[in-house]
Design a protein around this ligand. Sequence first.
Ligand code: ADP
Length: 416
Amino acid sequence: MVPFLSVLTVLLAIGLVMQVIRNRNLLRSHGADQQRQKSEHESALRGLESEHFAILNALSDPLFLIDQEGMVVFVNSLGADLFPHRSLLNQTVEAVFYDDRLSGPIRESLEHQADVTTKVILPQQVSQSGHSGETVWIINAGPIRSDSSPNLTRVIIRDATTEHQTEQVRKDFVANASHELRTPLAIINGYLENLLDDDMLDDPGSARRFLTVMRKHGNRIARIVEDMLVISRLESGEAGNLKMKPFNLEACVQDVCERLESMINSQRAKVCIKGQDKKLILLGDRFYWTQVLFNLVENALKQNPKVPLKVEIGWEKTKDGSLQIWVRDNGVGIPSSDLPFIFRRFYRVEKHHSQIEIKGTGLGLSIVKRAVEAHGGEIEVSSTPGDETRFDMTLPESAIVLDEEKDRNPSLAGRK
Ligand code: ADP
């Protein structure tokens, strides 16, 4: 059964609307001598009517009432919003819903006087939740059974696009995660078979070589699982997942550069820190900010082993008070066709990985995006391959600890 939260309210309100319709019919049959009473009744009825229509208009789902001939006799305001600039009342179901996939189940309910609930996927539409492309609707149509009123059929249409997409993302995640884990597991199992079944244990040289490869792939599995757990913690949105404390941004950046020092040195890359205010104190979870900056700088290094690479990590307060943090490099860059997908889980630029060994989990930028968003910020990427690739993060003013607060609490101005 479809979880229509408001079904009880709908039925109640529909009952009241039908009462209004019935009372109207009664009034028509009154004689002329009852004019005064009639006008009193009419004004009371109008009050009742507007109250009941207000209830139906307040429903969170579009609602239509259809008569026996298949004509629309009532539509609430969300229903009218679905078809802007069109008159809907006294139109047939087919004229209003236009698409057979929508009008079909309603006709079926009318003809068989039965409840019909169905999910309809429409391509190239814009849904109420603002999604464009494929949209998903759940239609629930059914007769309203009553002894005293005209036979009406209620039609409730719910926009299920967001749920559908979330479900799709979850399915893709499970499929991608299984795929990513399967490769290193198959390699480990292959080497284990060699070691045990082919008696390689008697050959210490080969055994050591096999075990080294197995350790590498074991580490890869551990890293994928660790990254997935970080994403899941960030996505669960629990407030306790972020340990918000003031910390010095420059110290965090230095920390990241130290961790990547051997890679920076072996590639002879130049890394420059360009912070407008070296004493800037950020209110955030330093663990996640270290991870964000680490992933971005490591990506620049990983993708450009041969390029004479320059990486810049910088920050500045903008005129509107927000904080801009960026990481940019002059490496091979990201093709424009890949840019829209770069923050997706497990997404890698095909061009960067077809010839060489896969270097990352494909989860680094997903973690970066979710961590920035968990701090109330946004991240954007732009790239001109071979010239400049930039990741720009914008944080709200509330993320900066102001000087007055530092004065009140001098320990905040410390660097570590
Ligand atoms: P990975 O773990 O594979 O690095 P990410 O999510 O961090 O995964 O990055 C996704 C892909 O984006 C990378 O595989 C790489 O192809 C591309 N990429 C990210 N940053 C850069 C960069 N600075 N320069 C070029 N390509 C990049």
